[in-house]
Design a protein around this ligand. Structure first.
Ligand code: THU
Length: 148
């Protein structure tokens, strides 16, 4: 799927946003390495903390169905009642969740206000000097030191 279509899919996913408290509606469309696409919207809660962003909804849906390799995510936000969509960058928590499953060198984050206005970043640009799964893996030397 191309970037414009992915953005269009995110705009459609935003329609399902459940955001009665912030009234800020967000949609996301995640492109998997196998070409499948998972969508997500933000979902808020009266108790506030259980709310979840559109990006994590899409990622968790995909991972819970066995997907682990991702190419890109399109994200779009905008306040309820405002005609114009706004360039909506992922929050820090969502960037860290992307870091868990996506290659910072190649995973593309597609922001924009429509398919004719795309702003594309790599994960490494939005989350520099990051901490990821490899940081918890012992090096060969450390492994040998533990099991001589
Ligand atoms: N939100 C997202 O879903 N994704 C983002 O990238 C930014 C923020 C949601 C969380 C909350 O429901 C609302 O937008 C306002 O913060």
């Amino acid at each position: 799927m191309d970037d414009k279509t992915l953005m269009r899919t995110a705009i459609q996913a935003r329609e399902y946003s459940y955001s009665p408290y912030s009234k800020f509606r967000v949609g996301a469309a995640l492109l998997c390495a196998d070409g499948s696409v998972y969508t997500g919207c933000n979902m808020e809660n009266a108790a506030f903390t259980p709310g979840i962003c559109a990006e994590r909804t899409a990622i968790y849906k995909a991972v819970s169905e066995g997907k682990r390799e991702f190419q890109a995510i399109a994200i779009v936000g905008g306040a309820l009642g405002h005609k114009a969509l706004s360039v909506t960058a992922p929050c820090g928590v969502c960037r860290q969740v992307m870091r868990e499953f996506c290659d910072p060198e190649s995973f593309r984050i597609i922001l924009g206000t429509g398919e004719e206005d795309l702003h594309i970043y790599l994960l490494k640009e939005l989350l520099p000097l990051s901490f990821g799964p490899e940081n918890l893996e012992p090096t060969q030397a450390e492994e040998e030191d533990r099991n001589p």
